[in-house]
Write a protein that binds this ligand. Structure first.
Ligand code: F6R
Length: 243
């Protein structure tokens, strides 16, 4: 797409069409959602469609990819707060249908919690559509370089490059979390449809590596080359190194 705004509108249209199709058949629509700067314009468009076009989210169930750990949900840095402000509190989705990894758990409870998170996704029939951004190192969710294709939902150490990218929001690297809970690559790969979005020339190198490079744990997004129904939605700048 020429720019991120047109691109986001196109993704929003696809999501709206899926939600409405599922309403006709009285099914729920399970969305996997990302945070970060990339999906902001998508969420703004979905909120607009809710307000101006009557798009209802009553049949939607959401699972977010990740959350920093430790993290209180009411912190300005939390992804719970991000999702509420930009999307969830702005639409008619049922609060009990919204899932975001819990950054407040004692460490020893995290692995059971993560298994439960995956079980909840399974219980609702899996993710119909997974939205992804991409890190400068090729991470998806917080599955950093080195993550395996069958990795499960888990507590991970954040890469230095990921922490540097987040440091501005946390007013310095020392305040930036070192760990996070992320959905594993296995569940992302099991989603029926995956849309990875990327904007700006800062993402151009990694988009080329993910789309045209070898499939490697070094670039977790490259695993999507093996997904039967995944697309990358990019603006002109992010696409500039694609051959
Ligand atoms: C966020 C997430 C991350 C981001 C990625 C890109 O939930 O899973 O993988 O999508 O770090 O971040 P932005 O969009 O801020 O460039």
């Amino acid at each position: 797409f020429e720019d991120s705004s047109t691109a986001s509108k196109s993704v929003a249209k696809e999501i709206a069409a899926l939600i409405r199709a599922k309403q006709i058949t009285k099914e729920s629509c399970v969305l996997g959602l990302a945070t970060g700067s990339t999906p902001k314009s998508l969420y703004a468009e979905l909120v607009r469609m809710h307000r101006e076009e009557g798009l209802s989210f009553r049949n939607v169930i959401t699972f977010n990819l990740d959350e920093y750990y430790p993290m209180e949900p009411d912190s300005i840095h939390s992804y719970v707060r991000f999702m509420k402000e930009l999307l969830l509190d702005q639409i008619d989705i049922l609060p009990e249908n919204c899932h975001i990894p819990d950054g407040t758990l004692p460490k020893e409870e995290i692995s059971d919690y993560c298994a439960g998170y995956e079980a909840k996704i399974k219980a609702v029939g899996g993710i119909d559509l997974q939205i992804l951004g991409i890190g400068g190192n090729g991470h998806i969710g917080f599955n950093e370089s080195g993550s395996l294709q069958n990795s499960r939902t888990r507590l991970v150490a954040l890469d230095h490059i990921t922490r540097v990218a987040a440091a501005k929001e946390f007013s310095g690297l020392n305040n930036t979390p070192r760990t996070a809970i992320t959905l594993g690559i296995q569940k992302i790969m099991e989603a029926k449809r995956v849309i990875l979005m990327a904007w700006g020339e800062g993402k151009a190198n990694i988009i080329r590596a993910a789309v045209e490079g070898e499939v490697t744990t070094k670039v977790p997004a490259s695993f999507l080359q093996g997904h039967a129904n995944a697309i990358f939605v990019v603006d002109r700048e992010a696409s500039k190194f694609l051959t």
